[in-house]
Each structure stands twice: as C-alpha cells, then as structure tokens.
Design a protein around this ligand. Sequence first.
Ligand SMILES: [Zn+2]
Ligand SMILES: [Zn+2]
Length: 248
Amino acid sequence: MEKLTKNNKKPLKNQKNRNFFNKISIFLNKYIFPDNFKCIFCGKDIVNFFDKPYCENCEKILPFISENRCLICSNEINNEATICDFCQKHPPHFKRLYTPFRYEGIVKKSVLNYKYDNSKYLAKGYALILSELLRNLDIDLITFVPMSKNEKRYYNHSKLLAEELSKLLKTPCVELLRKMKDTKEQKSLTFKERRENVKDVFVLNKNIKNKRVLLVDDIATTCSTLDACAEKLKSCVVYAVVIARNMP
Ligand SMILES: [Zn+2]
Ligand SMILES: [Zn+2]
C-alpha cells in the first residue's frame, strides 16, 4: 500500500483509483446487484450501503426505540424501572432481546415487504444494522425461529436474516429447532392465546448444552414465540434479536 505524503502528490493517484472503484461500484450497483445498494426503507440508490443501508431522509424518521427500555425485552418504559412489569411477572427464557426499532412507520412497511413481497435482498441491510448492536456480544451459535413444513412454501425470512448475520458476525448458523405443527398467525391473538398457540410447538433438533446462542426472528410483540423457542434451549444462554419490536 502506498503511504500518503504530506504534499498530497501520491493521493492524487489514490484519488484516481478511488474514482475508478467508485465507478465500478456504481456500475455493479445499478446493473448487476441492483437491489443491494438501495436504501432498505425507501429504495433510493445509496453509495455507502455497507456503512449504513439507509438514506439520510429515512434516517431522520426512523422509529428508534428510546434508551429508556426494559433491559430484558426492549419494551419502552415510562418510569425509572429497568425491567418492565411484563418481564417481572413473566420472566422470559432468553436473557435479553436486542432490537433497534419500534415496529411502525417506514420500518413496518419495509418488514412487510420483506415478509410478503419476496424482497429477500433486504435481509443484508437488516443484518448490517443488527450486527452493530451485537458487536460486543459473545456468542457461540446463531439459530432462528423455524417454520413448519406447510409454512415452508414461503421462504423463512428469519433463517435468511440469521444467515446474513452469521456472515457478518463470523459465527456459525445452525438449525437448532424444528416446528412440529402449523400455528395461527400470532398477530390476531391475545397474549394468553399467543402463549397457548406456540406451546409445545417447537422441538430441539439436537441436544445442545452450555452454549451462548443468538436466536433470530423478524419482529417481536409479546415475545411468546421467542420465549417458546428459548425455553427449548434452556440449557444454553439465549439472546434474541429482531428487526423491530411491536410495543404491546
Ligand atoms: Zn431511504
Ligand atoms: Zn421487559
């Protein structure tokens, strides 16, 4: 590598190289990987996708969860407590849920595209954002909320996200869980029904103990699904991560 000189003569050459690579990147961006370099929320072309996969306009209106949140489930808290009432009453089987966003506005729109509009390329952008949150977390394995045989006619968006995270965090992704039967869509159910709906639905694919596992899903509302999965992994330390948190 050439070193920078004080009088900036060499950097001129570097500058030329940079322009050249920029042009290549724009070319790849436009014609070969057209979806990879677009803002994951509005679809606008962006150059520094790998630094920040969204544009400046979207950044201004992103629904980031406030810092005043539950240390376990990331639910926003309106008082001085560090653990929300919900987690105090029903402590989940995971140690902590990591997530940057509230499930609303442009984030909700983007996640719905990801889930139902076959916009698989969004997984890379979400993984870039989530990997920043998880950078200092010590984990041995990554796994994801599985789908039942019937549900598999759709792609598993949680698995895809887990695989992208696995590349960025350089941690293996393993299919630790299986879903034994179909469940009703959680969003139409009450808290109690959600718990019932996912009870005894997941089984372990392999016996696993004493590992630090990161469990990946797309969104969380009451965390019933994450909790049911984490319960099966109770001989491990389970952390969870989702793109966004629907505030119950
Ligand atoms: Zn945007
Ligand atoms: Zn909580």
